[in-house]
Design a protein. Structure first.
Length: 95
């Protein structure tokens, strides 16, 4: 977030890649950020879903370079299903 009196320059680069591999949908993202003063951050994620079953997985990471070398990692497994087998919009619409 920018604030008054902050005269640093910010530079960002992001890449994305999406692909269907038969029954599997794959999505990847990578980002790189630099702030004048030396702060550099790199982050990315990869996610996949098996379309017929709804089984999915996501892995994400982030690393702040030079200043403290902070790192974070995240893994999520899940399943996407129509559990109610009805139109959710109709349940929420006021008539």
């Amino acid at each position: 977030m920018l604030s008054r009196g902050n005269d640093n320059s910010f530079y960002d680069l992001g890449l994305r890649y999406d692909r269907d591999l038969g029954d599997i949908k794959l999505a990847t993202r990578v980002g790189y950020s630099v702030v004048d003063g030396g702060e550099q951050t790199v982050a990315g994620s990869i996610a996949a879903i098996h379309k017929p079953t709804g089984l999915n997985a996501n892995f994400a990471f982030g690393e702040q370079l030079e200043i403290g070398n902070a790192s974070s990692y995240f893994i999520k497994l899940g399943i996407k299903r129509d559990w109610l087998s009805c139109n959710f919009r109709r349940l929420c619409r006021w008539q």
